[in-house]
Design a binder for this molecule. Structure first.
Ligand SMILES: Cc1cc2nc3c(=O)[nH]c(=O)nc-3n(C[C@H](O)[C@H](O)[C@H](O)COP(=O)(O)OP(=O)(O)OC[C@H]3O[C@@H](n4cnc5c(N)ncnc54)[C@H](O)[C@@H]3O)c2cc1C
Length: 410
């Protein structure tokens, strides 16, 4: 069976259009750091500007209706857009906006027409980037156990509480969160889902300096943040999905975050590792002449290909609105576990100096060093590997009388 995607002449014509547009609109001097923590404010602004240009064409969130700022494009055409951006090491959106990708989908599914008209166009056109505010000190994997409170007061909700591990460098325009709206109601029926402007009085954004640091200042000098809400008044209009229906709204973005949304590209680090081994000589022979290294090369290649094909399958199932079950968490679980294995295998093949980011001695100018760290950190966000296994098993009917349904994406 051939899983590989092929394209029609019309689709290839679209590819030519995209390629031409990108060559004119991606700044020639746009470089990206190996480690996202090293993203400069200037690089960030260039990426945001590219996002706004893509948004103006309907190419930033291209599968959504034009009426909301999308492009009304079919999934196979969007894959071409993704592939062409990938040639520049970019993706849709070209900067950290996981909140937009996930929150936009949730508003699209659960929002009223008025809310969609209000919130979606600025997100889909790149004017707002959003952060997702889910985790709390006592609620990570058990997200339904959040304690941040929202109390209705006239036309507003008043919010008090704390969120952790939030965001990225240089701030955002909007945030969305899940909060307790009825503490007396049963679990999963006690929550609300709210859009919150970043700059409301009573919001304090504090960098989590011990975990990550970086950036040059801007709105937020840190990769991850603790966010405190102290009597923050949010318009009641911003409650999406209705009273105490926040868990239902969350199932949409959780589905996407648990592997159901993003396309998985070729693993560039693996490609470069393979290239490095076939071109770098050690004791007079290329590394790939060593049978042990060759074994490692094949191992990482196979794993990265399986990841890519899982990703293509799930991306297509999600965006072509086909029935889905365990596929998202399966892909996410496999991607996280194999990232760790790939990191270990590359370290074994190249030796401890793969761990240095010294530009002269570190293989691939620090890429491998960063990959080692990122693979460990990457096990946790967006549902840990344990949680992906829990979700997968519920979907295939292990330990549950009725198989759990995948989250709604439309
Ligand atoms: C780099 C990074 C970025 C992040 N970005 C964001 C963000 O932007 N927004 C946001 O809201 N949050 C974010 N998070 C937080 C992330 O979602 C949580 O860390 C994650 O959900 C796990 O929660 P926890 O850290 O509280 O661990 P816990 O839930 O306390 O889990 C601890 C351990 O117990 C295991 N475990 C828990 N429950 C079960 C179970 N039922 N069965 C088996 N094992 C279990 C877990 O797998 C884990 O190993 C980020 C985290 C990281 C590391």
């Amino acid at each position: 069976m051939d899983f590989e995607v092929t394209y029609t002449p019309e689709q290839e014509a679209f590819r030519a259009e995209v390629r031409g547009w990108l060559s004119e609109n991606i700044p020639a001097d746009l470089t990206q750091p190996v480690d996202p923590a090293d993203l400069t404010l200037e690089q960030y602004h260039k990426l945001r500007e590219l996002g706004r240009r893509l948004g103006a064409k309907g190419w930033l969130y291209p599968t959504y209706p034009q009426a909301y700022g999308g492009g009304d494009l079919a999934v196979d055409v969007v894959m071409i857009l993704e592939e062409e951006l990938d040639r520049y090491g970019l993706h849709l959106p070209p900067y950290y906006d996981s909140g937009g990708r996930l929150g936009g989908a949730s508003i699209f599914v659960w929002g009223t027409e008025e809310q969609k008209q209000h919130f979606l166009p600025p997100i889909f056109r790149g004017e707002w980037r959003t952060w997702q505010l889910l985790s709390e000190p006592n609620a990570g994997s058990d997200l339904a156990g959040v304690q941040t409170r929202a109390v209705r007061d006239g036309d507003s909700y008043v919010i008090n509480g704390q969120k952790i591990y939030i965001g990225s460098l240089y701030g955002c325009e909007m945030m969305w969160t899940i909060v307790v709206t009825d503490p007396e109601a049963p679990r999963h029926h006690n929550l609300g889902w709210l859009m919150i402007p970043y700059d409301l009085p009573g919001i304090e954004v504090r960098p989590m300096e011990l975990l990550t640091a970086g950036g040059e200042g801007g709105a937020s000098p840190g990769l991850k943040h603790t966010i405190f809400f102290d009597n923050v008044r949010v318009p009641a209009f911003n409650l999406v999905g209705g009273e105490n229906n926040g868990w239902q709204v969350a199932t949409t973005h959780l589905e996407l975050e648990h592997g159901g949304g993003g396309i998985v590209r070729r693993n560039r680090i693996v490609d470069q590792f393979l290239e490095y081994c076939t071109t770098t000589k050690h004791n007079g022979a290329t590394l790939s002449r060593n049978p042990d290294v060759r074994d490692d090369m094949v191992d990482v290649y196979v794993k990265s290909e399986i990841n890519r094909l899982f990703g293509l399958r799930t991306y297509w199932l999600s965006h072509a609105h086909r029935p889905r079950s365990y596929e998202g968490p399966q892909g996410s679980y496999y991607r996280k576990i194999t990232a760790l294995e790939i990191a270990e295998t590359m370290l074994r093949a190249l030796g401890p100096y793969a761990m240095t980011n010294d530009p002269q001695w570190g293989p691939l100018q620090g890429l491998l060093e960063h990959y080692q760290r990122a693979a460990v950190v990457g096990l946790h966000p967006g549902g840990t590997t344990d949680i992906q296994k829990v979700v997968m098993s519920r979907r295939i009917g292990i330990g549950r009388a009725a198989k759990e349904q995948a989250g709604r994406l439309r």
